[in-house]
Every structure is written in structure tokens, then in C-alpha cells.
Design a protein around this ligand. Structure first.
Ligand SMILES: CNc1nc2cc(C(N)=O)ccc2[nH]1
Length: 374
């Protein structure tokens, strides 16, 4: 069902796990949802028709990359990102802040924003909270993220606090810049590193802004999984239950299961596509490194029970050959397989929550991974 407004419906809970839907003009997002990453206007090595067929309701676009090339203004002149890349379903764009810190030659970060040198051509750019929202608007983004400062862990508590407070001030500026766009949403991002008290403050202050959704940021930045999960247990109870929660940059299938159990509704991660390009396949019996010599003459597919052609119709021997030869088709088939596996996992999660058996589903899934490759 699509609506002219942005509407989150919490359909069922099963212990901490939540089943829901985000309805928007461009379509409905079934949650818990996994968002494939469409970095520079493409989910690498995939046709977007295939991405849709795997079950994706929404993809992510990276503001940092798109603002540098082809630029937000050019995308707007060409009719917006949906038209340019031929994806008519919802798109979430990040603010660009995380990649400015991780990819560019960061020159300055102050109250006004960030000044950086492009990793593409060395040109100088300034991005304020207002400019980030302007860029995401020019792209035609359906869900826009506030500009924030994400610190890598481990970090000094004082540094984490400084970045968290700055991000709160930037959230207010982004809310003003975003204004009132009924069919779209701007999400705040909870920061606070691995310091529970700072996480609580960030979530409490963002909740006062009455935003349409909330991301948990500043995680999957080098901390152990147990620290990430502890920060979710600290943060999520403070966020309004009737709004969607999005865990940024996460994660492995194990991360996803354990984060759903704690109340996360949306995920994005390059893991399935990036690891697919490097020959790593996620399966219901755990990870398979197709580069390993043991697959060289194995004519079985990754999983003959799958409905995905990449998983069911191609032999491990051929996948092994393609990856070892660094052939493009190797990365294409394994990206397709991994995205399909991730969406099958999300579908299994949603079905288990609907049937009130998520805890059993999580235990059975983890146990089958541990049994090892077919
Ligand atoms: C891959 N890990 C990851 N952590 C992230 C945190 C943020 C954030 N804005 O705090 C954004 C993207 C992220 N990706």
C-alpha cells in the first residue's frame, strides 16, 4: 500500500523483535528490512531489476559519492536519481558525513560543517547540515539522513561527547532545512560511541525533535559485536517505539539476527555485495570461500534448494574458476547470490516474528550455520 505520507506501522512484536511496514508514495518497505547499498547509483555488479527480484523494497545511495560525481545538480537536471538509475521504489540516502571522514581528504570540521578534498579529483568542497539536506533533496531521496559526526572506536569519552553534541546541533539544523515534506522523511542519527550515558542523552534529545525515524550510528566502526549489541540495548528503549529504527552499516547475518532481537527495523551493509566480489558466499550452512581449492571440481551449486539462479544453477567449480580468474561474472553471480540470501534471511525473520517464533528461528538459523558447508 502506498500513501501520500510517510507512515510506519508496527504490526507485531515477538519479545524484542518487531514486524512492521513503512508506507511511502514510492512503495512499502517490509520491516525488518535489508537495504542493498547502491553507492554511486548502482548496486555494484547487479542490475536493479535483479535487486528487486531478490526482494529488496528500498536501496541506499551514498551522498558523498553522488555529490562528487555526477553531482547533485546534474542528477536533478536529469530528473532525479530514481529516473536516472531506473529504480522507482524508495531510496534512502546517507548524509555524506561518514564517507567524508573515511574516504576524503578531510580538511576541516567545525560548527558550520565539514570541508574536504574530493578523492576523485582533489577539488575542495564544503558540506554543512543544510547543504547535505539540499543535496539529498536534489537527488530526490525519499529518506534523508541528518549530517552527523561518527567517531571511530576506540575513542576518548570526551571526543565521543563532543561529536555527539555537535551531531545533536546538526540534527536540529537538518530538521529546519528539511522542512515539511509529507511523502518523505528525515531521520536523526543517535551517536555516543560506546558510552551508555552519551547514547541515552543523544537518543533523548533526538526524540524531542519528533523526527519520522531514527538511525543508530557510530557502530560497526571497529567495536566488538557484544559492545554494539550493548549499545543497542542502551539506546533503543529511549527511542519512540512507534518510529522506525535503522542500524547503519550493519552487518553480517549474525549481526542482523541479534540486532532484530533487540528492536532494529532497518539495515544497510556492503557486506553481501563487497564480499561477493571477493568470492565469499553466505549460505544457510555458513560462509563459503569459493576461492578455496576444495571447490575446484565440485559441480554442485551453492544450494540446489534455492529459487535464485545464481545459487541453484551455477556450479561451485565454475564460480571458483571465475573468481580465481578475476572474471566479472564471478562477482556478479556471488553478489546476486548473497543479496538473495540476505533477503531470504529477512523474509524468514519477518515470517518468524509474524508466527511468534523468532527466538526459535534465530537459534535454528545460527545452529545451521554452525553445521558448516553442504
Ligand atoms: C560499516 N559501518 C558503518 N558504521 C556507520 C556509521 C554511520 C554513522 N553515520 O554513524 C554511517 C555509516 C556507517 N557504516
Amino acid at each position: 500500500m502506498t500513501t501520500e505520507n510517510f507512515q510506519f506501522t508496527l504490526k507485531k512484536t515477538d519479545a524484542g523483535a518487531r514486524l512492521g511496514e513503512v508506507s511511502m508514495p514510492r512503495g512499502t518497505i517490509r520491516t525488518p528490512a535489508f537495504m542493498p547499498v547502491g553507492t554511486v547509483g548502482t548496486v555494484k555488479a547487479m542490475y536493479l531489476d535483479q535487486v528487486r527480484e531478490t526482494g529488496a523494497d528500498i536501496i541506499l545511495g551514498n551522498t558523498y559519492h553522488l555529490m562528487l560525481r555526477p553531482t547533485a545538480e546534474r542528477v536533478a537536471r536529469l530528473g532525479g536519481l530514481h529516473k536516472l538509475i531506473r529504480w522507482e521504489h524508495p531510496i534512502l540516502t546517507d548524509s555524506g558525513g561518514f564517507q567524508v571522514m573515511s574516504l576524503s581528504g578531510l580538511r576541516k570540521l567545525d560548527e558550520q560543517g565539514v570541508t574536504f578534498k574530493s578523492h576523485v579529483d582533489g577539488s575542495l568542497h564544503h558540506m554543512s547540515p543544510e547543504r547535505s539536506i539540499e543535496i539529498q533533496g536534489l537527488l530526490g531521496s525519499d529518506i534523508q539522513m541528518q549530517l552527523d559526526e561518527c567517531v571511530a572506536l576506540p575513542a576518548e569519552p570526551k571526543e565521543i561527547e563532543r561529536a555527539m553534541e555537535l551531531s545533536l546541533r546538526w540534527a536540529e539544523r537538518c530538521k529546519v532545512a528539511f522542512g515539511n515534506q509529507p511523502g518523505k522523511a528525515m531521520f536523526g542519527i543517535v551517536q555516543g560511541g560506546d558510552v551508555p550515558a552519551l547514547r541515552v542523552r543523544s537518543a533523548e534529545e533526538l526524540a524531542k525533535l519528533d523526527l519520522k525515524g531514527y538511525a543508530v550510528g557510530g557502530l560497526a566502526v571497529g567495536e566488538p559485536q557484544d559492545v554494539m549489541l550493548k549499545m543497542l540495548e542502551t539506546t533503543l528503549p529511549v527511542l519512540p517505539g512507534e518510529k522506525p529504527r535503522y542500524l547503519m552499516g550493519v552487518g553480517t547475518p549474525d549481526d542482523i539476527l541479534k540486532s532484530v532481537a533487540r528492536g532494529i527495523d532497518m539495515f544497510d551493509c556492503v557486506m553481501p555485495t563487497r564480499s561477493g566480489r571477493h568470492g565469499l558466499a553466505f549460505t544457510r550452512r555458513g560462509k563459503v570461500n569459493i576461492r578455496n581449492a576444495r571447490h575446484a571440481e565440485d559441480m554442485r551449486p551453492l544450494d540446489e534448494q534455492s529459487n535464485c539462479p545464481a545459487t541453484r544453477d551455477y556450479s561451485r567449480a565454475y564460480l571458483h574458476h571465475l573468481v580465481r580468474a578475476n572474471e566479472a561474472l564471478g562477482g556478479m553471480l556471488l553478489s546476486w547470490h548473497n543479496l538473495n540470501y540476505y533477503q531470504e534471511l529477512m523474509q524468514g525473520i519477518r515470517k518468524a516474528i509474524a508466527e511468534g517464533r523468532f527466538a526459535d528461528f534465530m537459534a535454528e538459523t545460527i545452529e545451521e550455520w554452525a553445521r558448516g558447508d553442504l
